[in-house]
Design a protein around this ligand. Structure first.
Ligand code: ZN
Length: 165
């Protein structure tokens, strides 16, 4: 037995190559390939695999976490926006309903006033008085027109109540 020229471990006396470090037993020969990076990787492949797995796991987890955080956040923003839109929509629907109700009421009041004026004029009309009958009839015609306008833009139900009382 002799010692390897390179790694110093025991090898056969007639060995031309060390089976530990794979170096040829000749002076001036380069040390064997066993200690290069490839061999290190092969030697430590288990540890490297474990470390890589852990790193991949950590980065994967962090990546997933930040991704799901982002997703959660955008979902929350979307939810808030949607709920805001919902609120706006409800407000708009309410405003529209209020407005049309007010509009109907306004039309109703207008028609009611026109109706009262019409009746007042009718009560004042004396067929014999030629001086006053002309302007009163033209005012009645005017009221009729206004009532027609109010009636077409107002609620049929309200108008029905006013005109059929
Ligand atoms: Zn050796």
């Amino acid at each position: 037995m002799k010692n390897c020229l390179f790694c110093g471990l025991l090898i056969e006396d007639n060995a031309k190559k060390c089976h530990h470090c794979l170096s040829f037993q000749k002076v001036g020969e380069k040390r064997g390939e066993k200690c290069d990076i490839a061999n290190l990787i092969v030697h430590y492949i288990g540890i490297i695999t474990v470390v890589f797995s852990i790193l991949l796991g950590i980065f994967g987890f962090l990546g997933f976490k930040s991704f799901s955080d982002l997703q959660n956040r955008s979902e929350k923003v979307l939810e808030r926006t949607n709920s805001k839109i919902d609120v706006f929509e409800k407000e708009l629907v309410k405003l529209t309903a209020d407005f049309s109700a007010n509009n109907k009421a306004l039309n109703g009041i207008l028609i009611s006033q026109l109706h009262d004026r019409y009746h007042n004029i009718l009560d004042r009309i004396v067929i014999d008085n030629v001086e006053t009958i002309g302007p009163l009839i033209s005012e009645l015609k005017h009221i009729n027109k206004e009532a027609q306008k109010a009636r077409t833009s107002g609620s049929d139900r309200v108008n029905h109540l006013i005109f059929n009382r």
